[in-house]
Design a protein around this ligand. Structure first.
Ligand code: C2E
Ligand code: CA
Length: 418
């Protein structure tokens, strides 16, 4: 274990000594101790920041929450462990508050702290640092385009000789099973902007929605995804299952299902190659007519996926209303799951529910070996994330598939030769 530096804030002398000894027993010898928030701040000022701060919540005078606020502002601890004799809900609330302030919370310990629980938290810190999956704040979106920027996409407004739709390109991110078998790819839009270069959807999708052009974009993406599927069929004999993001407003349209089936027929593909990923929206109005359309899509074999499951206002209710066949667990619940028992509880709960409802589960945003192993320990969902592959242009994906196949083939031959 790399040698760690730890600050303990604890005003009970006996418990302070016990924690100190437990740290020493885990080969942690660089330990700052403080029996008040003032003393903790002074120690940090004199000796510099620490890897981990263990914060007791209840103190005479300023309490552990004020040290947490100080640490969030000063960045003098890389991670914190919350300590308290209060019940679980207080510990969880304090952990949530610390995370909201941008701190990496390793976990919480109920007093008296158990040596095993402390060792596990120290180990998870080491693991996460090694695989760099600690909770860093999300990167900022560099550019946000306005409605005016997307105006050239109004139907019928070509720019010069190039149809603007051509600037919307699809990148594809593979989805695999836990044993590595390729199960399909999600189409993710990019804008090849003439001035700004290649843009990710965060910089323009809202503007496209507000400007009312999300529909042509979605049909364009459906075409690009089905094109890829046909291309893979031509090269490898089997169409590649593809998933496309569908705004809820399109699900509300009466003829949506029939148009999707007509598009599949035009490409000569079975409906089972297509998954429609719908982000839950409280505003989604589904009447019996639309429900009938969605059911027809499902009856033909299309898959219907609830995207970003667990983040919408009412999506368990929506899960019961609509004929979903899949749910996607977003990256926010997966990142550094191994070090956060609450996240693994959410993911494990979603997996149990999905199994009982006969739903496929896709775990998104798996970035590191640490996340991957944590997912593996909970079940056998489909996995998508940078750990497998980043979204890539069609040609790169075709190369990626070919390379994987040749590696698989070589290992099969090696096994057969033994
Ligand atoms: P989403 O549908 O949840 O797509 C997953 C996002 O997570 C993608 O971001 C993907 O690049 C990113 N991602 C995948 N694996 C990882 C990982 O391991 N770590 C991290 N940090 N991120 C990962 P992207 O492509 O920027 O798309 C963002 C969102 O924009 C999508 O979220 C989706 O809601 C929307 N979007 C993308 N393409 C389309 C589209 O064609 N139509 C519509 N309506 N929305 C789209
Ligand atoms: Ca999606």
């Amino acid at each position: 274990m790399r040698s760690l530096s730890v600050l303990i804030l604890e005003d009970n002398a006996f418990q302070l000594m016990a924690l100190h000894q437990m740290l020493n027993a885990n080969q942690v010898f660089s330990v700052l101790t403080a029996s008040s928030v003032e003393a903790a701040k002074e120690s940090l000022a004199n000796r510099g920041g620490v890897d981990i701060a263990i914060c007791d919540l209840q103190m005479d005078g300023p309490d552990g929450l004020s040290l947490i606020r100080f640490l969030a502002a000063s960045r003098q601890a890389r991670a914190v462990i919350i300590l308290s004799s209060n019940d679980r809900s207080v510990l969880d609330g304090a952990a949530h508050l610390a995370r909201e302030q941008g701190l990496w919370v390793l976990g919480s310990l109920q007093k008296p702290a158990s040596a095993t629980a402390l060792r596990e938290l120290l180990e998870s810190y080491q693991e996460c640092v090694q695989c760099e999956c600690e909770q860093v704040p999300a990167t900022q979106v560099a550019l946000r385009l306005s409605q005016e920027d997307v105006r050239p996409f109004a139907p019928g407004q070509g720019v010069g000789d190039t149809a603007p739709l051509d600037q919307w390109i699809a990148h594809f991110q593979p989805k695999v099973s836990l044993d590595g078998t390729l199960l399909g790819a999600e189409a993710l839009v990019r804008w090849q902007h003439p001035r700004h270069g290649l843009l990710a959807p965060d910089s323009f999708i809202e503007a496209v929605e507000y400007a009312g052009f999300i529909e042509p974009l979605t049909w364009h993406m459906l075409e690009l995804a089905l094109q890829l599927s046909v291309r893979v069929q031509r090269e490898r004999g089997k169409p590649l299952p593809v998933a496309v993001n569908i705004p809820p407003s399109m699900i509300e349209q009466e003829h949506f299902a029939a148009q999707v089936l007509a598009l599949l027929a035009r490409f000569g593909l079975p409906a089972s190659v297509l998954t429609l990923e719908v982000v839950e929206s409280p505003a989604l109005q589904v009447s019996t007519v639309h429900l009938e359309g969605l059911l027809r899509l499902r009856m033909q074999g299309c898959h219907l996926s609830i995207d970003d499951f667990g983040t919408g206002a009412s999506n368990i209710q929506r899960l019961l209303q609509l004929p979903f066949s899949e749910l996607k667990i977003p990256a926010a619940f997966v990142r550094c799951m191994a070090a956060d028992g609450r996240k693994s509880a959410v993911v494990a709960g979603a997996l149990i529910m999905a199994r009982k409802m006969n739903l496929n589960v896709v775990v998104e945003g798996v970035e590191t070996d640490c996340d991957y192993r944590a997912v593996q320990a909970l079940g056998r969902p489909t996995v998508q994330g940078h750990f497998i592959a980043r979204p890539m242009a069609e040609a790169d994906l075709l190369r990626w598939i070919k390379q994987r196949e040749s590696v698989e083939l070589r290992s099969t031959h090696a096994l057969a030769d033994r």
